[in-house]
Design a protein around this ligand. Structure first.
Ligand SMILES: NC(=O)c1ccc[n+]([C@@H]2O[C@H](COP(=O)([O-])OP(=O)(O)OC[C@H]3O[C@@H](n4cnc5c(N)ncnc54)[C@H](OP(=O)(O)O)[C@@H]3O)[C@@H](O)[C@H]2O)c1
Length: 294
């Protein structure tokens, strides 16, 4: 039995779809089974044999985390500790999702972050996620922590959905062009999670996964605009000006890493993966969206 935690979140929804499609037997929970409360988790899984736990939960509001520090740590650190304890007791393996925000983003441009690189989060969200990684590592051994970045998908608010909304509402938008990273489609990550389970390897540890390629938010926005116009998601007669700006012109409560390219060599080797580039994944996502909205 697989236990999917966070099945109502953006990533969790795509993982659940895949579990269904593959006819795997699973148990799913979200907010109603609060990961902050160990007893609730224990009760929920009582007498159920669990081989794998997939944790897609998280406190994910990066800016709000700067103020709601305690809440972010309760979910991203203490919640992860509780899940790890249950995994240990059940002798289950855990796939847990973490983030590129564990790095400070100061690495030389064009060099990617490997799993062994020094972590040094520059915002509270990143600190809480790193604390969660540490809890897992200290609790047991059978974990796969997948650090990912710039997630978007059907089931939640994200950069792509925000851009599509703005393209409909505005004549001009400004997007930061000096933060670099790799967009990741939730469907691609969901497939990797299930591949990891199917692989059933004992090479536990940290892995990085994003779509291939690197871009900045401004270029990403331009590509969303170009593709969504081509696919008829936005009015082909309406012109929207997209202007690149520097981070200092768009201050946010949380600081973000400037450069967060993750190396995927380890996961590619381990799962014999061929990762598609972010433009191809985006095209696929927008095509699905255009078919569903027609
Ligand atoms: N989004 C990104 O760009 C990104 C990038 C890198 C890594 N990640 C990581 O990837 C994972 C999935 O992200 P996502 O964007 O799919 O997240 P999401 O859409 O915010 O989903 C998280 C889910 O967890 C639930 N949850 C929150 N607190 C909980 C609790 N105490 N007990 C049980 N469930 C709880 C949320 O419920 P509510 O919505 O009701 O709170 C939500 O359904 C997270 O661990 C995140 O940190 C995300």
């Amino acid at each position: 039995m697989i236990w999917l935690i966070g099945n109502k979140g953006m990533l969790g929804q795509d993982v659940e779809k895949l579990l269904k499609r593959k006819r795997l037997s699973y148990l799913a929970s979200d907010k109603e089974v609060d990961i902050k409360n160990y007893q609730i988790l224990k009760e929920f899984t009582k007498d159920i044999k669990i081989e794998w736990i997939i944790n897609c939960t998280g406190y994910t509001d990066v800016d709000k985390a700067e103020k709601e520090i305690e809440k972010a740590f309760l979910i991203n650190r203490d919640g992860v500790r509780n899940i790890s304890k249950i995994a240990l007791e059940k002798q289950a393996k855990l796939v847990h999702i973490s983030t590129d925000y564990v790095f400070n983003g100061e690495k030389n441009k064009h060099l990617s972050y490997t799993e062994d690189d020094k972590t040094e989060p520059i915002n509270l969200y990143g600190k809480s996620k790193l604390a969660g990684e540490k809890e897992t590592k200290e609790t047991f051994k059978k974990y796969f922590i997948i650090r990912t970045a710039w997630l978007y998908g059907r089931g939640g608010k994200n950069f792509v959905s925000t851009m599509l909304k703005l393209f409909k509402e505005k004549e001009e938008i400004k997007v930061v062009s000096d933060q670099w990273g790799s967009p990741t489609y939730t469907v691609d990550l969901a497939e990797v999670i299930l591949k990891m389970i199917n692989n059933d390897s004992d090479k536990f540890g940290i892995y990085h996964f994003t779509n291939e390629g690197v871009t900045n938010w401004y270029e990403f926005a331009r590509e969303i605009y170009r593709k969504s116009k081509k696919l008829g998601i936005i009015d082909s007669n309406k012109e929207v000006g997209i202007r690149g700006i520097e981070t200092k012109e768009y201050p946010t409560p949380a600081q973000r890493p400037k450069w967060s390219l993750l190396s995927k060599e380890k996961i590619k080797r381990e799962l014999n993966l061929d990762i598609r580039n972010w433009e191809g994944a985006l095209e696929d996502f927008l095509t699905t969206l255009s078919l569903q909205t027609k």
